[in-house]
Design a protein around this ligand. Structure first.
Ligand code: R5P
Length: 310
């Protein structure tokens, strides 16, 4: 097995190599003067089982092209099997036509990855599980929940904790964590009166006197999370923390979190945190290196990946 990494998340790639006890595959990624990507695989991969790690995070389009070009280079170098490992699968939020004349970008990206030459895909906490069906190649969607649940059990009094989904779409994900720590579930019913205008927040479930933990797949602007935290505190929650798999944290989102009423935001390293994010006192980063590394090992050894979550 060989693991190559694009430029999106070298720290995670390094940790995974350490876990697997293998050296990082040697590749050279450079730019032409006009920023086109030039890539060379610097070692023999003929007949090898190759994994390419790349989160399609900011700058999403550059990282996406890098991934596609790396897969193409590996295919043309006669790798036996290529698995695209996307700890964060960008463009997943456009997974259906939200209005007339809009794209389904998640499907387009799935086609691009497949046509570049990937034989398999390994990803984590897809925005919507059915995106797996956009691929006609085997796709494993890992869940960060075991990693998150261990941390919740370590740092929170689970006997007085309520797990909260910040919107109806995230209920399945939140319920999975609630089940693992044997806690009740509440749901924020987020509605917009008009696009881009005031949000009406109703809370379904009992949060009064509870330590609430919001669970979601993505924090981007931070709006969903910070608004939900305020609504929960207004309804009598004693504290609100959040566990979010993918810390997209665009623009000033980390400042927004720093100034929010959240006691803590815990994200994973599916997206490499910037130095700015690392410096925010109420943001903590958990590593999913062992989880992804073990899934890679099992894929290479043709062993069950789903049993990781039993
Ligand atoms: C939406 O369905 C997602 O699960 C997240 O809730 C959303 O992407 C978060 O975005 P933001 O942080 O910009 O509110």
């Amino acid at each position: 097995m060989k693991l190559f990494s694009g430029n999106s998340n070298p720290q995670l790639a390094g940790r995974i190599c350490e876990y697997l006890n293998i050296p990082m595959g040697l590749a050279n990624v450079r730019r032409f003067a006009d920023q086109e990507i030039f890539l060379e695989i610097l070692e023999n991969v003929r007949g090898e089982d190759v994994f390419v790690l790349q989160s399609t995070s900011f700058p999403a389009n550059d990282h996406m092209m890098e991934l596609l070009i790396m897969i193409d280079a590996l295919r043309r170098s006669s790798a036996k099997r290529i698995t695209a490992v996307l700890p964060y699968f960008g463009y997943a939020r456009q997974d259906r036509k939200v209005g007339p004349r809009t794209p389904i970008s998640a499907k387009l990206v799935a086609n691009l990855i497949t046509n570049a030459g990937a034989d398999r895909v390994l990803t984590l906490d897809l925005h919507a599980a059915q995106i797996q069906g956009f691929f006609d190649i085997p796709t494993d969607n890992l869940f960060a929940v075991p990693v998150l649940a261990r941390d919740v059990a370590k740092y929170h009094d689970t006997s007085n904790t309520t797990i909260v989904s910040p919107d109806v779409g995230g209920v399945v994900r939140a319920r999975a964590l609630a089940k693992r720590i044997d806690a009740p579930l509440a749901i924020v019913d987020k509605r917009r009166d008009q696009p881009g205008e005031s949000e009406v927040m109703n809370i379904i479930g009992n949060v009064k006197g509870k330590e609430c933990i919001l669970v979601d797949d993505i924090i981007d602007s931070g709006g969903t999370l910070c608004n939900a935290a305020e609504a929960l505190l207004d309804m009598g929650a004693i504290s609100v923390a959040a566990y979010i798999t993918h810390g997209v944290l665009s623009n000033n989102a980390s400042v927004r979190v720093a100034n929010s009423k959240l006691t803590e935001l815990v994200i994973t390293d599916s997206i490499q945190p910037t130095r700015e994010i690392e410096q925010v006192v109420n943001i903590r980063v958990l590593s999913i290196a062992e989880l992804v590394g073990e899934a890679i090992r099992r894929t290479a050894n043709e062993k069950s990946v789903s049993s990781l979550f039993d």
